[in-house]
Design a protein around this ligand. Sequence first.
Ligand code: PLP
Ligand code: COI
Length: 361
Amino acid sequence: MSDKLNISITKTAQSRLADIDFNNLPFGKTFSDHMFIADYSDGTWKDFRIVPYGEIGFSPAISALHYGQAFFEGIKAYKHADGNVSIFRPDKNAERFNLSAQRLCMPELPVDIFLKSLETLVDLDRDWVPSKANHSLYIRPFMFATDPFLGVTPSATYKYIVLTGPVGPYFSKNLKVKVETFYSRASDGGFGFAKAAGNYGGSMLPAMKATQEGFDQLIWTDSKEHAYVEELGAANIMFMMDGKLITPSTRDTILKGVTRDTVLTLAKGWNIPIEERRISVAEIIKGIKEGRITDAFGVGTAATIAHIAEIGHEGELYTLPDPAKRIFSNRVLDTLNELRYGRSADEHGWNFAVRSESSKD
Ligand code: PLP
Ligand code: COI
């Protein structure tokens, strides 16, 4: 990656690090000392800067607020036992960042700028990366439209910002999930494959209703028939059935997860048969009833590997095998932990080392 990008750095006068309770880190509530900002205007990205984390000003007429020209990414950085810090597969997120940008008529961000912004920011706040098991620094790059104009048309100006914050596990327990058969997360021809802010806004009411019914999360199904499994909340979904790893094939309604790709790559390396295809809800229910489904879990950056303990569908509740005894998902979790925390060889080159400012030539 090029070191040429000129980033101005304004350090905080007073770090907040000493005030943080690293033993109590609910997801997404704690932010590190600094953030990265860049502006887009006249067809180019400019004014690359790192400033203390804090509020920013903009017009109340910006089109991101009115028409949802906004999207984001989610990435994690891990601290190794030797103190080094690495970011997990940020090149994949850089690619997806630009897919989201294209779908929302927003400007792409060159991959080297994306990677450099992450590396410089995480390097500056490297003391914020937790060293505790199952903890990491969550990185949230996002872009939004900033034209103060109420016409429904792509903005000519944008902001790119990166926030970071130490996090513990997103889910603290095994999940009781409901198969959603009324609402949809995404529809054919829509933008479910993009990490558009609007996808998440639209998911909140169905998720809240499921919570009121005693469920933790939703299994999203296709919007036409609600007959095929698509995703699990803000994560992809996988099952082990008859010794085969099965997961919905990606399409325009499904986010192509980095963790999904990681788990499939590991499974291939372990010679586990894989099927990426349409999976009907009926097939899953039948598989559970016949004891052929031995594992079911969500996979995502925030979620990591989230075991599904129970599935509710049309008033019935189906119980899956004890998560603690599941072989595949627990092997994946262990393997990923070994790799991300630098305890095993990085055969696939997935750990992107964060070089410290002093070590760069
Ligand atoms: N699906 C949705 C809707 C998500 O929000 C996420 C989270 O990023 C994922 C899947 C998993 O993607 P990844 O593994 O890249 O985090
Ligand atoms: C992530 O896994 O990074 C996500 O984007 C999920 C998030 C919406 C909490």
